[in-house]
Design a protein. Structure first.
Length: 457
């Protein structure tokens, strides 16, 4: 009964958010806020204490906002809107993850990438992890990481097995983090374009795609240059499972998604997030119907998705929703305290303003701040980029690059936790040991590119 209730509340909230984003109906916004509140009330008691602590912090901040802010109704409405948006964006992506993770075609594609010989394995997995992350998000690590762990586990030599597993997992993780720089299906892009005035996905994508390429190339270069040396003989190479044709379903799906999403953004003028929230669930429903043998099976799978699988994400949803809500409330409370000279950035070099997110967001991640929380709280405190002579789209690309680096280094993010679990080490080891050189090099290269773009603009 709890799952069914949570599923209904998530659907009602999601539909209301989409109607509000597309048609601008205020009633839909009120329904979304009410659905979000009821979801938190029902879900929070059945989550871990850390999630309940986030809700408690949110309630304290809400009380402080009511007590000290004259415009507290507007602030509360903005916080509710942010939370409902995050909830809807999450379930839209989760709906696509469901048929993709269960698809035999996607599984064959993953098998082909994971079974490549050593000379091509890193490139195959980092590019494959990048592409899989566009539709599966963190599920790409679960899918490809599980396959690579199984393949590495067949190796009898313990030294080779450990090295192979580590290199394959890092290739997948870095490919995923590269997608956070630019993907319209990632929270990094969705949140950042919504809090930086004047930015759009179409405008920031060229910069962000270049930064994503830096992630991919830097990871490959470090893996190639600092390849571990074996103390014993090299193992014999085996032929990959499958063929290049197994990649076709993934490529077709991605071309369809980005072609339609990009075209609709251009034709409608709506934010990319509004289009993703509406279009991606339709793709998921069509995919489930295509792979089902009958209308009855389609109905059963959709019911399971809505009333079993989506509610199972309640712990993650409470955390993400409250990160967004706390960010909005915290920014509103800090704003009066940070007024005046604290926000006067006219004397600060432009290059420092641009490069700061690439460094600051990963550092805050080490302190346990989810990027959703740090970006939602700090970005609204900054003056509009245009008033500083900066391109809003370039600022967004800098923030998403920092967000992606936080995903590679913070011991509190899903990527490092999953890679640590599959690699049999701690998340701290993954973030600060395995990815230390990678992070420093990417920071330096992206920082130099940002300075160059600022000089050219």
């Amino acid at each position: 009964m709890l799952d069914r209730l949570l599923g209904v509340l998530l659907l009602v909230t999601g539909i209301a958010v989409i109607i509000h984003e597309w048609l601008g109906l205020e009633l839909a916004g009120l329904v979304a806020a009410a659905g979000l509140g009821l979801f938190l009330i029902c879900a929070t008691p059945f989550t871990r204490w850390s999630r309940q602590a986030f809700v408690a912090i949110g309630l304290v901040l809400a009380g402080l906002a009511i007590a000290f802010l004259d415009d507290w109704p507007a602030v509360m409405a903005k916080a509710a809107t942010q939370g409902a948006f995050i909830s809807t964006f999450f379930i839209a992506l989760a709906s696509l993850r469901n048929p993709a993770a269960a698809s035999p075609a996607i599984d064959r594609c993953g098998q082909y990438l994971a079974s490549q010989p050593p000379g091509r394995r890193y490139v195959a997995l980092t590019v494959g992890g990048h592409l899989f992350a566009l539709i599966l998000n963190y599920g790409s690590i679960t899918l490809l990481g599980g396959l690579t762990e199984a393949i590495a586990g067949r190796e009898k030599n313990a030294e080779i097995r450990e090295i192979r597993n580590r290199r394959m997992l890092l290739a997948i993780q870095r490919g995923l983090c590269a997608s956070l720089c630019w993907s319209p299906l990632a929270f990094a892009t969705a949140i950042t374009t919504s809090v930086i005035a004047g930015a759009s996905w179409g405008g920031m994508a060229p910069y962000a795609m270049l930064f994503g390429l830096v992630f991919l190339v830097t990871g490959w270069a470090l893996d190639t240059i600092f390849k571990p040396k074996l103390t014993g003989p090299r193992p014999p190479r085996s032929a990959p499972t499958g063929s290049m044709r197994d990649l076709l379903p993934l490529v077709v799906l991605l071309v369809l998604l980005f072609a339609v999403v990009g075209s609709l953004e251009y034709l409608t003028g709506l934010a990319i997030t509004a289009i993703v929230m509406a279009f991606v669930p339709l793709v998921s429903i069509g995919w489930i119907a295509y792979e089902s043998s009958s209308a009855g099976e389609t109905t059963r799978r959709l019911k399971r998705l809505c009333f079993t699988e989506l509610p199972a994400y309640r712990s993650e949803l409470v955390l993400l929703i409250m990160a967004g809500v706390i960010g909005v409330l915290g920014a509103a409370l800090i704003q009066p305290l940070a007024s005046g000279e604290a926000l006067d950035l006219s004397e600060v070099p432009l290059w420092l303003i641009l490069v700061a997110p690439v460094v600051v967001i990963p550092i805050l991640g080490q302190l346990g701040m989810n990027p959703i929380l740090s970006v939602s709280m700090l970005a609204p405190l900054l003056p509009a980029p245009a008033s500083l002579g900066l391109s809003p789209n370039l600022v967004v690309a800098a923030i998403t690059a920092g967000w992606a680096l936080a995903g590679a280094t913070s011991p509190f993010t899903a990527t490092t936790l999953l890679v640590g679990r599959l690699g049999h080490v701690s998340a701290l080891t993954v973030g600060l040991v395995w990815n230390r050189a990678f992070t420093l090099w990417v920071m330096a290269i992206v920082g130099l590119m940002l300075v160059g773009f600022a000089e050219l603009s």
